[in-house]
Design a protein around this ligand. Structure first.
Ligand code: AMP
Ligand code: ZN
Length: 496
């Protein structure tokens, strides 16, 4: 069965055939590094990591490009004000590149903890200013942009006379107009939906570059168009990101590529749905974003305990990437239990004999197991349905445990079925889902031990037994582990 992918552009599941047989080009919009990535961002990056891993598993050679936005994000959506990097740099009295470095390192650290594979290329906006200027010049030359006092705007209405601007979200220009405010006397752009390709910088602006239009900096949307073209060509296979990017960022990317190269950049547009908290999208601007580190240490007033990175990853995989996923302690604790069950079953499987004996097998059980194992691929080929694969794994767990506990005879499964089970559990849990048994690698154990010590110390303090509480803290300090009392009464720990 061919791999089917839901394409936002056509609103259907289509058979996936890469433009160049065997080779896939995939571009995913990465983070804006003026602050820490939150768990919502991680959901998108985990989803595309699974897609990347499954494409590799399916035998494709993949060039996976995921950018870093380190310039050009303005405070408002009206192409005005300072860019956020400059603002934060000024507030913290740092070079903008110090901000970029700090949050890029933090982001990579989190990606590592979550066991996301690094992309093949990770280009930055500031490293590709020349390409963005060139593309802006070409769009101007082709007549789809205009300059106003050092700022270059994309002319959406003109473009829409030839190409449907709202094609990605299936909306007409008039409907899109309704959602925007009318232009006032001080606006320099001509159309309400026009967006900046290049922005004039005030002299005090910290990040600015020379351009044919004077000193300035690029708009946000042009960076992904310029960098995807540079590394994947004018037309490539998959372009992805969170669903929140479809209506503006990706819509504008399509317009820019059409206006510049007369082609829509990607064959498939893939969008992951949002991670929500109490039904509201987790976002930087709303301030409801859990930081991954808060989850891993349990240090947040809304968290009942710490959750290991692999539990968080597994929690994400239990829901299909196109459905919303609501964050809750209950759901995470259920994932923790579920993942433990799967690792136990995996370990049990590893100990099962496949020996030289003749295949016996109980036809009924054997058939059931084979069909569940075969469904792994069927589910992944159906738009990467990780949730269904995990459901099938959970159906296999009681069979594996029953054999372990002698409730059904060991010979119920033929040796070849056991071998297949062992191989598929390994491939799917470790290679495709990118899960690591944290209990075996020690991280889970350390988290558990630290939680235990923190609980004992809390109880000691409640009983005013400060000697015990101080001993715990001091001995941990000697081991290089620092305990920190938080304002909300909770406690966090860090090494070094
Ligand atoms: P940003 O740093 O805000 O540009 O976001 C980086 C990536 O995370 C983009 O692909 C966003 O679409 C995605 N993203 C942002 N918020 C969420 C969320 N709550 N759930 C899932 N993905 C998100
Ligand atoms: Zn982008």
């Amino acid at each position: 069965m061919p791999l089917k992918i839901y394409n936002t552009l056509t609103r259907t599941k289509e058979d996936f055939h890469p433009i160049t047989p065997g080779h896939v080009g995939m571009y995913v919009c990465g983070p804006t590094v003026y602050s820490d990535v939150h768990l919502g961002n991680c959901r998108t990056f985990i989803s595309f990591d699974i897609i990347y891993r499954y494409l590799l598993y399916s035998g494709y050679k993949v060039r996976y490009v995921r950018n870093i936005t380190d310039a050009g994000h303005l405070e408002g959506d009206r192409d005005e004000g300072d860019d956020k990097f400059s603002k934060i740099a000024r507030l913290q009295q740092l070079e903008p590149m110090e901000i970029v470095q700090k949050y890029t390192l933090g982001y990579h650290h989190v990606m590592n903890l979550l066991n996301n594979l690094p992309p093949s290329i990770e280009p930055t906006a500031t490293g590709h200013i020349a390409e963005q200027i060139q593309m802006t010049q070409q769009i101007l030359a082709n007549g789809y942009a205009y300059e106003m006092d050092g700022t270059v705007y994309f002319d959406v209405e003109k473009y829409n006379t030839e190409q449907p601007y709202g094609i990605l979200t299936n909306r007409k220009l008039e409907d899109l107009m309704e959602g925007t405010r009318e232009l006032g006397g001080q606006d320099e752009k001509k159309g309400r939906l026009d967006f900046a390709l290049w922005i004039k910088a005030r002299p005090e602006h910290l990040m600015q570059w020379p351009s044919p239009w004077g000193m300035g900096f690029p708009g946000w949307h042009i960076e992904c168009s310029a960098m995807s073209e540079k590394y994947l060509g004018k037309k490539f296979d998959i372009h992805g990101g969170g669903l929140d990017l479809a209506a503006t960022h990706h819509t504008n990317e399509i317009a820019q590529s059409q206006a510049c190269y007369h082609t829509s950049p990607a064959k498939f547009w893939m969008h992951t749905n949002m991670l929500t908290v109490n039904g509201t999208r987790m976002s930087k601007s709303l301030g409801n974003g859990f930081l991954p580190e808060e989850l891993f240490s349990g240090n947040h007033p809304l968290l009942e305990k710490a959750y290991a990175p692999m539990v968080v990853r597994f929690f994400m995989l239990q829901t299909h990437y196109r459905s919303t996923l609501d964050f809750s302690n209950d759901a995470l604790q259920a994932s923790e239990k579920g993942l433990k069950k799967l690792w136990e079953a995996y370990e049990t499987l590893g100990k099962m004999e496949t020996g030289n004996e003749q295949p016996k097998g109980d036809a009924e059980t054997d058939k059931k197991v084979l069909s569940l194992v075969a469904s792994f691929e069927v589910s992944m080929d159906d738009d990467f349905n990780t949730a269904k694969v995990i459901a099938s794994m959970f159906e296999l767990v009681p069979v594996i445990n029953s054999i372990r506990d002698g409730l059904i005879p060991a010979g119920s499964l033929s040796p070849s079925t056991i071998q297949l089970l062992q191989q598929k559990f390994k491939t799917y849990l470790e290679d495709v889902f990118g899960l690591k048994n944290s209990a075996a690698t020690g991280t889970g154990t350390l988290n558990g031990v630290m939680q235990l010590l923190i609980d004992i110390r809390k109880k000691a303090r409640a009983k005013k037994d400060f000697a015990t509480s101080d001993t715990i803290r001091n001995q941990l300090t000697q081991l290089g582990i620092e305990l920190k009392d938080e304002k909300d009464g909770g406690m966090s720990w860090s090494i070094g």
